[in-house]
Design a protein around this ligand. Sequence first.
Ligand code: SF4
Ligand code: SF4
Length: 385
Amino acid sequence: MPAPVSSVICSTYDEAEEAVSRAVDLLGGISSFVQPTMTVLIKPNLLAGAAPERAVTTHPAVISAVARLLTEYGCRVVIGDSPGAGTRYTVSSLRKAYERSGFPPLCAIPGVTLNEDISHTTVASPNGHLVKRFLIISPAVSADAIISLSKPKTHLLTTYTGAVKNLFGIIPGHEKSLFHSRFPDADDFSEMLLDLHGAVIPVLHLMDAVIGMEGNGPLSGNPRQIGLILASRDPHALDLVACRTIGIPPEIVPTLMAARSRGYINSDPEIRGDDPSSLKVLPFRLPDTARPAGLRMKITRKALARLQRSARFLAPYPEVVESRCIGCGACVRICPAEAATLRNRRAEIDLGRCIRCYCCHESCEEKAIQIKEGLFSRLLFGRRQ
Ligand code: SF4
Ligand code: SF4
């Protein structure tokens, strides 16, 4: 039986403090998760330094609400994450990401600091199916407890990112690229994410679902109002409720399918508080790489994935929009297959080497990488571009 999920309507970030407090109370209160003397790592989604209104990162108002709850209870709080999107894991890039995402005022809360420790530690995941050891950022290892603050967004590789995918940020810097390289397929990548949850286990997962992201997330999609704060001990139950709320069918989300096949989701979670369906959120626009459920020609997502694995060049592929490229090199730095290069200060992609992980799209602040339909998509689903 999955753990319950609390759900509290929160129309604007001005209401975040009250909504977070109620969401935690519905699960038994903050004392159910931490003790007053603990050092707690708050792990937001800090994919990249981006203004809060872009809905790329967890909103500072939600982080502030959780930090206040913890410090008023007597905890010390460290806020930390390792940004993705081709960002180096250095003190200066962390400071830049904090600044751009509106995090520095959080340090005005007594007992709260922004992490600047860029060391890392190896942690075992003894029951991992694909990975049994992970490099993890040190504050996630030294903290007495972790609270994950995710954001519901669409994702070019995994279709959806929320509570489960949020933990990928505790892997330092470019080490993330190695996992994209080892697990280019979304199903394998999702199994790896579940293994990561065996190495580091947050005591609470809270989701900033006030505003999410639809379209070609997780960096370049469009913000969409939802109006909720969600919380649970169980990241899979939380993602299931979030996906249903924003109209993403769970069967096209590989992390949820992996959790189901491992027996982590065997029934519907109990929802405490406000009914998310009362918000009547229209379905989120899916990323260009996703396949709708229930489909033409009865080709399942799994079968399509198999076909694409054996003939990668038929899958959706990244293409550089030369007029937008400023030659910053972020896509080159993040590309795990060394398929992206710079020539004459413009990015180029060698599709023969490309493993279709879409990290370059995720890293490009200029929206200079677009996703083009592969041959299978055009034949089976029709042209969408
Ligand atoms: S496509 Fe151009 S602008 Fe975008 S990340 Fe690559 S080099 Fe930078
Ligand atoms: S060029 Fe291909 S392999 Fe490299 S980051 Fe982009 S999608 Fe991934």
